[in-house]
Design a protein around this ligand. Structure first.
Ligand SMILES: C[S@@+](CC[C@H](N)C(=O)[O-])C[C@H]1O[C@@H](n2cnc3c(N)ncnc32)[C@H](O)[C@@H]1O
Length: 287
């Protein structure tokens, strides 16, 4: 068997299960059991469209045959493409990085990643995953020059390489079109009959947080309104739409014309007892 045939066989052998290959802020992993019952009837035949794909928890849980996945983060989208198109090189690059992981090595890799315009796509993807798995809290933050600037995390033994997980992700992505674009590109791309799941940066819950761009994840109140306008346009086009956001009056008002349900998102473990428990989030649907 040639090497590429062996890789194809590894990809094919994976159980039909996949999961996000990065930790991502706002990841929907903990909400999947509540989101699944809210999917539209006949979803198996629909194309799956996610304009804020992030870690892609719902996409990987569903494993649709056809998908359009987009995000505004170019490094994230390039990593998805490398996993779909050349997973073996990504795995080899990541294995090399995992073997020599240390605090010092983290900062060297971060420096090379930020400077290395001539790195191959698969090397960049391996570095992106390595930095995501070993940085502080799996954060993705860049400075004004676009340089990744998150410090190293304090994990004892981080799981950097999950080979089978990457093969499974590669398999899941075979039928996926990937694009780096803002959500408004859906006005050109979405087709009648598509299922579209919107998971934007959430509107902040507290008023004090709401004035800082950082708390908003760079997504302003105007962006929330423009997103609602895209939602309306795709509703008229005949797409099936589901959207997550925080349960705040401004979001309820924007989607007044649509069906709104709530789900209870478990909070991350918190040493402050008052901050334990669930947070209520909205799910807005047009069906
Ligand atoms: C809450 S996260 C999505 C989480 C994802 N559902 C998951 O399970 O991991 C929001 C994503 O929206 C992306 N984003 C922010 N502004 C955007 C915009 N204007 N257009 C498209 N994507 C955007 C961010 O890069 C981020 O990946």
């Amino acid at each position: 068997m040639t090497t590429s045939a062996a890789v194809a066989a590894r990809i094919e052998q994976q159980p039909r299960e996949a999961a996000p290959f990065v930790k991502w802020a706002g990841g929907k992993g903990r909400l999947l059991s509540q989101l699944r019952p809210l999917l539209p009837a006949g979803i198996a035949r629909m194309r799956h469209v996610e304009p804020f794909v992030g870690g892609g928890a719902l996409f990987f849980a569903r494993l649709p045959e056809r998908a359009l996945l987009t995000d505004i983060n170019p490094a994230l989208v390039a990593t998805y493409a490398a996993i779909r198109d050349d997973v073996q090189s990504v795995i080899e690059g990541l294995r090399a990085l995992a073997t020599r992981h240390s605090k010092e090595s983290y900062y060297q890799v971060r420096e090379r990643y930020n400077q290395g315009r001539r790195l191959s796509t698969s090397k960049r993807a391996a570095m992106f995953i390595y930095l995501n798995k070993t940085c502080f809290n799996g954060l993705h933050r860049v400075n004004r020059k676009g340089e990744f600037n998150v410090p190293v995390g304090s994990y004892k033994d981080p799981r950097i390489l999950n080979e089978n997980g990457l093969y499974a992700a590669s398999h899941a992505l075979r039928g996926a079109k990937l694009e780096c674009s803002g959500f408004e590109s859906l006005l050109e791309k979405a087709k009648p009959g598509d299922f579209v799941y919107f998971d934007p940066p959430y509107e902040p819950v507290s008023d004090t947080a709401s004035f800082t761009a950082y708390a908003r994840g760079g997504f302003s109140r105007e962006d929330q309104t423009r997103l609602r306008d895209v939602y309306r346009a795709l509703d008229r086009r005949g797409c099936k739409l589901m959207l997550s956001n925080s349960d705040v009056p401004v979001i309820r008002k924007l989607y007044l014309d649509f069906r709104i349900d709530t789900v209870a998102a478990p909070r991350a473990i918190n040493c402050n007892a008052k901050k334990r428990g669930n947070v209520i989030e909205l799910v807005v649907r047009n069906y």
